[in-house]
Design a protein around this ligand. Sequence first.
Ligand SMILES: [Zn+2]
Length: 84
Amino acid sequence: MSVSINHCPICGFKADESYTSVLELRCSYDICDCCGCEYGHDDDLKFYADWVKDGCVWFEAKAQPQGWTLDDQVRNQIRPWPPK
Ligand SMILES: [Zn+2]
């Protein structure tokens, strides 16, 4: 699957890096500033559901833009995740 991914597939927040494939992202073990999932480790939909249930607490609070809402970034999510 050849793509360019520059948002967290789980929560849709803009990623620090741009990834050229799903595999590259999942092998990076980078951690999303927003939802805090670690790609390739706990980047799954259960993690996302728990994160939302717990009130969308930011992993890096200082990265949170003013006036942030989850609604603005859900269009950047990738579903299903991980892709088949
Ligand atoms: Zn995220």
